[in-house]
Design a protein around this ligand. Structure first.
Ligand code: 6PG
Length: 243
């Protein structure tokens, strides 16, 4: 398969990647607010974005105009340490002046089906996000879109999908679908650590992965920016330099 349009942003260390991506987000937000009076960003789950959340905590931005959504959520109670929004809130969102009404957690505590239905209804009001941020699993999953599972690539599928029996525990989840994640002015993936080098190389080849599908769906708006440290980029650096 031909690779999707990817732009690589490689920095030696994870903290440097987080700082550079945070600066790009703040600049994008400033432009969005100047143009449309608001900025919408979709945050990823997992452990990787925690450095980014810390970098954003100290950023100088017009936070009163920011609206925050989430790529996916685990079906556990609010404030559970296993929830993706718990890390974002404890490290960043609860410490800055984004109005709480503008932080839109996925109601995954309702259960996968009811939570997905409720979030799909909530997202109907948003045609295009400004920024979608994604993580990458070592098997090529992104958000809670896992290999071999329905990923919602067609725009007539729901914006949010129920996930039952996910390969990564907790097994019950809610995830934005492929087309919904890609419906953004900017799609960016943040990947760090040697453990992701093979998944990054697979994405770079255009292998059939959920992460690749999101990048392809983002092609009409320019594809996807991949922000990564040297360890995660180890298997793609030579291909990038020769391209
Ligand atoms: C989740 C995340 C998942 C995550 C990747 C990477 O619910 O676990 O949404 O998609 O982004 O698995 O996780 P790490 O950043 O912890 O490696």
């Amino acid at each position: 398969m031909t690779p999707p349009p990817l732009r690589w942003h490689i920095h030696p260390q994870p903290d440097q990647v987080a700082a550079a991506l945070a600066a790009r987000i703040v600049a994008d937000a400033s432009r969005a607010i100047a143009a449309r009076g608001a900025y919408t960003i979709v945050l990823p789950g997992g452990a990787t974005p925690r450095r980014l959340f810390a970098a954003l905590r100290d950023a100088d931005a017009e936070l009163g105009s920011w609206h925050v959504y989430f790529t996916d959520e685990r079906c556990v109670p609010p404030d559970d340490p296993e929830r993706n929004d718990t890390a974002a809130r404890s490290i960043w969102l609860d410490r800055v002046a984004i109005p709480s009404a503008q932080i839109h957690s996925i109601p995954a505590e309702l259960g996968a089906d009811a939570g997905a239905d409720a979030y799909s209804r909530q997202l109907a009001a948003i045609d295009v996000f400004d920024t979608t941020l994604l993580g990458l699993g070592d098997d090529g999953h992104t958000a809670s879109l896992f290999p071999g599972r329905p990923s919602g690539e067609r725009p007539d599928t729901p914006a949010a999908l129920a996930v039952h029996g996910a390969q990564k525990p907790p097994r019950e989840r809610v995830t934005l679908s492929t087309w919904r994640l890609a419906a953004a002015r900017s799609v960016a993936m943040l990947v760090t650590g040697a453990g992701k080098r093979h998944a990054v190389a697979s994405l770079g080849r255009g292998d059939a992965l959920p992460a690749t599908a999101v990048a392809r769906a983002a092609s009409p708006r320019g594809g996807m920016d991949v922000w990564l440290d040297a360890a995660a980029a180890a298997d793609v650096v030579s291909a990038i330099e020769s391209s």
